[in-house]
Design a binder for this molecule. Structure first.
Ligand code: DAH
Length: 478
């Protein structure tokens, strides 16, 4: 799954992933136009491009789809279910912020260090060096804290990450962000701890088993922001966060189970279990992830924590303290509706969309997706030697120094074959014993969700992939 913005392993620098401007049809033509004009238009707004521009036109065009706003779409329905647990006027919802944001909004305002791997061109789609397609809805936190127009808010939106290709990863997915704050200067008698516990007492309870074995904060693993919060304050905020998010998750999974039970007479109801796990995010401390035990596995469902006080101070509201969370909607929708492949969300096929019609107006009609067919797979391998980098003096005999990043290969596959690829896997890796050159073999699994692909069609796409690997990444095919 998407790595989120925890501590993630360092990535090597990637080289160019500028859309191909030589051939390859309409996508290439508009990329070429963008390169020539040094500008690109996204959702009606025009931006200057520069050497950071690495967003294929297919991705730019998809910014208009906004599945989270498409009534009866599973992503929309999932958003609705979550919103139903955070009610007005405490929580205000924002669902149509533009996905084009600045690096300041997406990273700096949230305290991302300058060398965070999420900032690299191999992980993120840039328009220019200071403008990108948001990688998470947290990009809008600071602006809403600054506006301070309600004690809580929810933001849903499409988010973009260069990533691997498989049935649960797509370069565009959807997140819902939420936050709740209290103001020291506005609570009765200035007692913010009491105010938070009073609000907690007003929340409903639930009877789901919760494992929460860790202390509310830990000096090394999950520190209190001691310069800004007393232990009692952080504990009160955390307690309110945990109950609020448990209630949301209980609602989602109870609905998933009701749908399963309605459709499957043999359905065995296992009690729901959730657990809190310590986490790290640059913009919260202490931080947690919530995991849910569902159909035999612990699933990571959301990230959350006590908001870093610097964010609130920089947003001009230093007297407020509070919590925030972020949840991926597509993954939850896949569980709720038993949707086996994330590409289905982008389908305009009536056999897909028709199954959810009417659910937005009556959530009790939620039902599991019935797969319409599984078309044959057409796997094709590609093996190549990596290009040595100049750092290795044009020679990688002494090591595996190269500038290959897997996400660049994924992008090429997407550009050539779009949604006709189910997954791409590394199946072999090899270092030549004499030359030290490194060779990789990837298996590209061509399979459409909507029709049978002929072998000839798969071969044509695969040839396009092979050609572009050479042209763009300078690899040597084997
Ligand atoms: N932005 C995080 C991600 O994309 C998710 C997240 C984690 C959001 C913790 C939050 C939070 O607001 O407090 O992985």
């Amino acid at each position: 799954m998407h790595p989120g913005y925890r501590l993630v392993p360092c990535v090597t620098d990637s080289t160019s992933c500028i859309p191909n401007i030589n051939n390859h049809g309409a996508a290439a033509a508009s990329a070429k136009k963008a390169a020539q004009q040094h500008s690109v238009t996204v959702n009606g707004k025009t931006y200057e491009t520069d050497s950071w521009f690495n967003t294929p036109s297919k991705i730019l065009e998809s910014t208009s789809r906004r599945l989270h706003l498409q009534k009866d779409h599973p992503v929309y329905i999932t958003r609705q279910i979550i919103e139903s647990k955070f009610t007005q006027p405490t929580f205000k919802s924002y669902n149509d912020f533009d996905p084009v944001v600045s690096t300041a909004e997406n990273f700096d305002s949230l305290g991302f260090p300058a060398d965070h791997p999420g900032r690299s061109k191999s992980d993120t789609y840039y328009i220019n060096s200071t403008t990108l397609l948001r990688t998470h809805t947290s990009a809008h936190e600071a602006q809403l804290f600054r506006a301070s127009s309600s004690p809580g808010y929810l933001i849903s939106g499409d988010v973009y990450r260069r990533d691997e290709i498989d049935r649960s990863h797509y370069p565009i997915f959807h997140q819902l962000e939420g936050a709740r704050v209290w103001d020291r200067t506005k609570v009765p008698n200035g007692d913010i701890v009491k105010a938070i516990y009073d609000d907690l007492a007003k929340l409903p309870t639930h009877n789901v088993q919760v494992e929460d074995p860790n202390p509310p904060h830990h000096v090394e693993r999950n520190p209190l922001q001691a310069e800004h919060h007393s232990a009692a304050e952080a504990e009160a905020v955390s307690a309110h966060l945990k109950r609020s998010l448990e209630l949301m998750v209980v609602e989602i999974f109870s609905r998933a189970k009701q749908a399963a039970a309605r459709q499957d007479p043999n359905y065995v109801d296992e009690p729901l279990k959730v657990r809190w796990v310590e986490a790290y995010f640059p913009f919260t401390s202490p931080s947690w992830e919530l995991e849910v035990y569902y159909q035999g596995d612990w699933l990571e469902v959301l990230g959350s924590g006590v908001s870093k006080q610097e964010i609130l101070i920089n947003a001009g509201v230093p007297d407020q303290i509070g919590w925030a969370f972020g949840i991926g909607l597509d993954r939850i929708a896949m569980l709720l509706f038993q949707i086996p492949d994330i590409r289905l969300f982008w389908s305009t096929d009536e056999r897909f969309l028709g199954q959810f019609r009417g659910v937005s107006d009556d959530l009790d009609r939620l039902k599991r997706f019935l797969p319409f067919s599984k078309y044959p797979a057409c796997p094709k391998d590609v093996s190549f030697w990596l290009r040595p980098t100049s750092a290795a003096g044009g020679d990688d005999r002494r090591g595996n120094v190269h500038d290959f990043h897997e996400n660049d290969l994924m992008e090429i596959v997407r550009e050539v074959a779009g949604d006709c690829v189910e997954d791409v896997k590394l199946v072999d890796e090899f270092v030549h014993p004499k030359t030290g050159r490194k060779s990789l073999c990837y298996r590209v699994n061509y399979r459409s969700l909507e029709r049978t692909l002929t072998n000839e069609q798969a071969v044509t796409m695969h040839e396009g992939v092979r050609r572009m690997l050479v042209e763009r990444l300078g690899v040597e095919l084997r």
